[in-house]
Write a protein that binds this ligand. Sequence first.
Ligand SMILES: Nc1ncnc2c1ncn2[C@@H]1O[C@H](COP(=O)(O)OP(=O)(O)OP(=O)(O)O)[C@@H](O)[C@H]1O
Ligand SMILES: [Mg+2]
Length: 471
Amino acid sequence: MKSLYSRLVIACAILLSVLLTGLGIVLGQFFPLFSENSNLILQRQYWFFLILTLVIAFVLSLLIATRMMIQYARPIDEMTKITSRIAHGDYLARIQTSESEYDNDLAKGINKIASNLQEMSTMQIMEKERLKTLIESMGSGLLMFGRGGTVNLLNEVFKTTFGLSENEVVGKTFKDIGLPIAIENLIEDVFMTEQVRAEQVRIDISDHPSYMSVHGAPVIGRHGNWLGIVVVIHDITELIRLEEVRKDFVANVSHELRTPITSIKGFTETLLDGAMHEPAIMKEFLGIIQKESDRLHLLIDDLLELSGMEREGFSLMYSPVNVKDMIGDAMDVVSRSMERKKMNIVAEIPEGLIIDADADRLMQVMVNLLSNAINYSKEETTVTVAVTHDMNEAVITIRDQGIGIEQSELPRLFERFYRVDRARSRDSGGTGLGLAIVKHLVEIHGGCVEVDSTIGVGTTFCVHLPILHNK
Ligand SMILES: Nc1ncnc2c1ncn2[C@@H]1O[C@H](COP(=O)(O)OP(=O)(O)OP(=O)(O)O)[C@@H](O)[C@H]1O
Ligand SMILES: [Mg+2]
């Protein structure tokens, strides 16, 4: 398609030729050969030369026009095309300034503008991507309202938290989304006051109580104008749960410590009040004081043990452990209490099974589980210890014929201080930390522990341990 410039140049050429010819005609009027009696031959010659001149003038003008077109109009044409592409967002378009006809300041200027625009657009795309990544990976739900009070941005976390799709939210006002009332109130507050608001709210999503930290803030533009509001919602349910666990733990520890201390204090006071003069009573009371002190000692030891294990930097001393030998050692430790209850132990352990583990810690696990099997079983019953294994893991099973545990108690069994029968456990000198320690030790070995039980039939603990330690 011919551009305006090309057409103009051709038009100029034609106009120039016509003007020259016209000028020739006008000048010709002053020659005598146009008089009545002038020579017809001369007149013909005149017209012949005139037309010849016209043709030559036209051809010359055309040549000049073409030359001009090549020199001026074509580059302008090309530059117009390039600027049009740039205007339409193609910032990679460039004028070939290496060609002499385009080697001018205008072309260089256009190229410079294009490269600046390209740089700006790349930066803008990068910023956009960065913002998008930030919004999507921030781990909190984000909701943004525009100046008109409707949602114009939200992230994936928000959608999954509230089970909403983009269509259900974008373009809606905060009242139409169906957010929990506490969050609606906070958003309304930010809209009204244009002030930052933060609150912790409890909401029930699909019947589960969740705790959210909601933060709302007005978005203020560069010139101080109000652009909308942004709401960030962070799920703190796990934090609140951990806080509850911590509070429970402190309450439990205090309670566990108070019981023996109260007992020691009471018996000591009674002794000082005169009971010490009765040798029989004194012996009995001192026996109780000793038992309670032992409990206190045990409790503090277990607590220190657990906190030590949880501390960063706690590591196991891995070495090849012969499973049969290790279980044999653990059985020796509990043999006296076993004899006391006239209990029997059956071991089904393959010879020569070696695993990568911390021998002392593993023995601690076994002693804890065997002690429980003895403590929570009637006399003259049998405890079975069996070991099976494949290429990857060894499974140690400790089965007793004891009192058993209710199915409903099983999920909480490994919690600290959790005891099915507090009085009974306390009588047996238990602190309620044994299984918490077992679980912790097995897990840091890269294994897991399972329990199954039937009331009145017995309890089975299965300890799964990897054969090789993955460093
Ligand atoms: N083999 C078992 N049979 C029946 N109940 C058991 C058995 N093992 C554990 N329990 C129950 O689980 C509770 C928690 O056990 P855990 O070993 O953690 O604490 P504990 O035995 O009371 O005290 P300790 O810290 O001295 O071991 C026990 O109080 C008991 O009620
Ligand atoms: Mg125990």
